[in-house]
Design a protein around this ligand. Structure first.
Ligand SMILES: [Zn+2]
Length: 837
């Protein structure tokens, strides 16, 4: 959804024009790079007045864009309600009306104000037509400026993930043609669909605009916004989206300050002049403070998510972690809807927080929203979860390359606010902390509501049970259908859905069916990876359907969070018991938690001097894509019994059969490293722990796992390099050592498990590890010969495998330096657990 049908018809039409104008303003860049000669001839003929007037000899991207917009807008939209869009695209470098000025100025602000306005043409080098992966450009070492190797992204759509490479296809035109063909085919299907429905009375502008927005998001994600920068590492998507967000802030703030349109135009003109003449450098702090950045931050996640009873724990865990991110999403959209702002102003959502770009006047309203959110969440969770809002004014100076600083300012405000959490609720006389629910004799230990004992379940709590049901629906459904309406007052919340309704968002789950095509504007795809597979299967079964009537996944919004879970059969999920029993060795489960190292620093310092809003957005979407869609795909491709408890933003938590988890963790790590161009400053640490038995509370393992993760962040190598570590139980393995440990473990399990060598081998390794420890504390010389002698006897006993045993010995003892391999104990312990019956 774009506007949630929030406002009156008259404003609405202007808003949709501005929205589409901003989102499509640079679409001509995409089209132009296809070098389609037929189109070029037509555009040269139809638009020659415009580009010649600008002193050019060939059509510019504005001309290509305007021409294309004419092609794809449904007829009636084009002539009536959306008649400005084409002009907005055509004149975004030479504005003359209010809305043209809005987009023109927003375009410049988005691109960090100072930039050279050089028109690209056919002669531009192919190299510059590929997007440089922003992840390859991050540098945290100030002395190492510009020494990062450049990696280029493939010209694919958002969800076709290929690793960036240091070389690129030298035929950019072909790549652009392929991607364009795919994109324009879909835009045409959309046009036809609406043309048809326009013959009837019913049409929904919201639906059309939502589909365009989603298409642009998918198809311009890996395209550089411009190649006239020194380094084209900003995606066209991030540039278009931020242009729209800025345009709406300008519009709302200027309308508040000036009643006359000509006054508003004058202000926009002066910003325009300022940017063009000053090249950004003359802009001073405090000039044009028309914006504010809002951060929403949720706290209490860990306790809330893992504090769950064992019956139906997996479903409840999934539901709760989903609830956390969906609640944030709901609050963000709730604000946007009430403020009449479009969805593009939600500039980031993931990893427990969101950011909104809003008009400056909104800063005054933040406390009112905070009060309302506090009241609702206190009623729902009695203080265990809270969302804090903070804001800071953003001016033109901030946009000119200092946007990272804005994130920093709101984040430190949030930090200060955390200390005075729930102040509002305590002050509010209607909601005391000692309300009657404290008096219930039998209250639920998790949510503190009154229990409703059942015959088979004396601890039955309807509210907590609603999470189990919600989790089940979540994992089995393809879509969430939402509708926004009036907020509903509840005396208490009976289930999880009530809480969303209190914000005005009503949700339902539904599944894919060929007969019913869900409307684009109120349908959200839950797990795009799973739905893609389902569609693929269906397409193979039945290929005769006309493409116009087909379900087109790219029109829909998809969640950037992972929800993968293993199924027993079509309808039933695997239980913790079944997951545990599928393990090799001890029949139990384990948990891996991980997050990106130095994330705050990456955003704050990693982008160097040029941190424009669109660069920051390009970067944050890369992390979202990896930990959302791609993470889901990765885990499901492992074909193991692994549940994604949560993943999104920059962190994740998975639970599964313990034996496959270390390998999966390593797989996630190597994929992440390839995705982030092997940049030494973008690494991932993880903590892993095994449940002592399968009935053990998930909560406790998850907490220990979190502690391991914290310690992994303190891990330091001899050369001083920190983090980038896998905390395997209490053992800290730098990722560079992981494969060696795994190989040693494999060698041991192979000898004992397949070749029937005595388990004494493992005890022998433990003994040598203990000996090493003792010699360290007593400052003696390490007597490695004892283990060498022990191994010699084993080799004698198992002559057939003496070569394998010698290999193990050589891995464990370095004879030259008389030293013990540092991860010997871990490898032996790991093997022992895998071999246990
Ligand atoms: Zn409860």
């Amino acid at each position: 959804m774009i506007f949630y049908n929030a406002h009156q018809t008259e404003d609405k039409i202007l808003d949709y024009n501005i929205f589409l104008g901003a989102i499509l303003h640079d679409i001509g860049k995409f089209y132009m790079r296809t070098e389609n000669s037929e189109a070029k001839t037509t555009i040269s003929r139809e638009y020659d007045v415009f580009f010649k007037e600008a002193g050019k000899h060939a059509p510019r991207h504005e001309d290509w864009g305007a021409y294309y917009v004419q092609q794809i807008l449904p007829e009636r939209f084009k002539k009536e309600i959306l008649k400005d869009v084409t002009n907005l695209v055509l004149h975004h470098h030479k504005p003359s009306s209010y809305s043209q000025y809005l987009i023109s100025v927003a375009d410049k602000i988005s691109a960090s104000v100072d930039r050279k306005d050089i028109e690209e043409d056919d002669t531009s080098a192919d190299k510059s037509k590929y997007l440089i992966s922003i992840l390859s450009q991050i540098c945290l070492d100030k002395n190492e400026k510009n020494s990062r190797k450049t990696y280029y992204k493939n010209l694919t759509k958002r969800y076709e993930i290929k690793y960036p490479t240091d070389s690129f296809n030298s035929n950019a035109r072909n790549d652009y043609q392929n991607l364009w063909e795919d994109f324009s085919k879909k835009a045409l299907i959309l046009k036809n669909k609406f043309e048809k429905s326009l013959n009837g009375i019913h049409f929904d502008l919201e639906e059309y605009v939502s589909a365009i927005y989603n298409l642009i998001r998918i198809y311009t994600y890996n395209i550089p916004s411009a190649f006239y920068y020194s380094k084209p590492d900003i995606s066209l998507w991030a540039h278009s989206k931020s242009t729209a967000a800025i345009a709406f802030c300008l519009d709302r703030q200027l309308k508040k300050e000036f009643s006359q349109e000509n006054e508003r135009v004058r202000v926009l003109e002066s910003i325009n002049t300022k940017i063009l003449s000053g090249r950004g450098s003359s802009i001073k702090k405090g000039e044009f403070p028309y914006f504010c950045l809002v951060k929403g931050d949720i706290s209490g996640i860990q306790d809330f998510v893992f504090d769950t009873k064992m019956d139906g724990a997996l479903k409840a865990l999934k539901a709760k972690s989903f609830y956390i991110s969906f609640l944030l999403d709901t609050v963000a959209r709730f604000i946007l809807k009430k403020e009449n702002m479009p969805i593009c102003n939600l500039i980031f959502n993931g990893g427990g927080h969101f950011y909104l770009l809003m008009p400056a006047y909104f800063a005054e309203k933040v406390e009112d929203y905070q009060k309302e959110i506090d009241k609702l969440l206190f009623k729902a969770h009695r203080g265990s979860i809270s969302i804090l809002l903070e804001t800071d004014i953003v001016d033109l100076y901030d946009f000119s390359g200092n946007f990272g600083d804005c994130f920093d300012r709101v984040s430190s405000k949030i930090y200060r606010k955390k200390i005075s959490k729930f102040r509002n609720v305590i002050e509010n006389q209607e909601l005391k902390f000692f309300e009657p629910y404290e008096d219930y004799e039998q209250k639920c230990p998790h949510c503190h509501r009154a229990l409703r004992p059942k015959e088979d379940d004396p601890d039955f709590c309807p509210f907590c049970e609603s999470f189990v049901e919600f989790g089940e629906k979540l994992m089995k459904s393809d879509f969430i259908k939402e509708s926004w309406g009036e907020q509903i007052e509840f005396s208490d919340f009976k289930n999880i859905e009530d809480i969303f309704e209190a914000f005005g968002r009503k949700i339902e789950f539904s599944n894919y069916s060929e007969k019913v095509i869900n409307p684009v504007n109120n349908t959200i795809v839950i797990d795009r990876n799973r739905l893609e597979k389902l569609l693929e299967k269906n397409n193979n079964l039945e290929n005769r359907k006309k493409s116009d009537d087909k379900f087109e996944i790219d029109f829909y919004e998809a969640l950037d969070i992972s929800t993968h879970a293993p199924f027993k059969d079509e309808n039933n999920l695997k239980t913790i018991d079944e997951i545990s029993n599928s393990s090799k060795g001890i029949k139990t489960w384990g948990i891996v938690r991980g997050d990106v190292d130095n994330l705050g620093k990456i955003f704050k310092e990693g982008l160097g001097k040029d941190s424009s809003i669109s660069r920051v957005m390009t970067l944050s979407e890369e992390f979202s894509l990896f930990f959302g869609y791609y993470f889901n795909r990765l885990v499901s491709e492992q074909q193991s019994n692994i549940v994604v408890i949560y993943a999104g933003g920059d962190d994740f938590c998975i639970l599964g059969q313990w034996d496959v988890l270390p390998h999966t963790a390593h797989k996630i790590y190597t994929e992440f490293r390839s995705f982030s161009c092997h940049n030494p400053d973008i690494t991932l640490s993880m903590g892993f722990e095994i449940a002592p038995d399968k009935k053990y509370p998930i909560y406790r393992v998850a907490i220990v796992c979190g502690e391991h993760l914290d310690k992994a962040k303190e891990y330091q190598r001899e050369d001083g390099r920190k983090k980038d570590c896998f905390a395997f139980g209490g053992n800290f393995v730098g990722w560079e050592d992981y494969e060696d440990v795994e190989k040693l473990k494999e060698a041991i399990t192979d000898l004992i498990g397949s070749k029937n060598v005595s388990k004494a081998l493992i005890n022998g390794i433990y003994a040598v590890c203990n000996l090493k420890k003792m010699t360290q504390t007593q400052e003696e010389i390490f007597k490695s010969w004892r283990f060498v002698y022990f191994m010699a006897r084993l080799k004698e006993r198992y002559k057939k495998y003496s070569k394998d045993l010698e290999d193990v010995l050589q891995k464990i003892i370095d004879k030259k330096s008389n030293s013990l391999y540092k991860h010997s104990y871990l490898a032996a312990r790991w093997a022992e657990l895998e071999l246990r019956r």
